[in-house]
Write a protein that binds this ligand. Sequence first.
Ligand SMILES: [Zn+2]
Length: 57
Amino acid sequence: MYEYRCQTCGKQFEQLRRMSEADSGLVCPTCASVEIERLLSGFAAHGCGSGGGGRFR
Ligand SMILES: [Zn+2]
């Protein structure tokens, strides 16, 4: 699952893409623009920064 943002209308949306076709053939679901920017927050969204070492428990 990747997160994208339309550079034309600013709409953010998610798309399930393969790695090899991650950026190809994308169009905005709102305005059908092809000016799409991929965001990098997809795989880091679930961690809350609590995964440090156990040394300071
Ligand atoms: Zn758009």
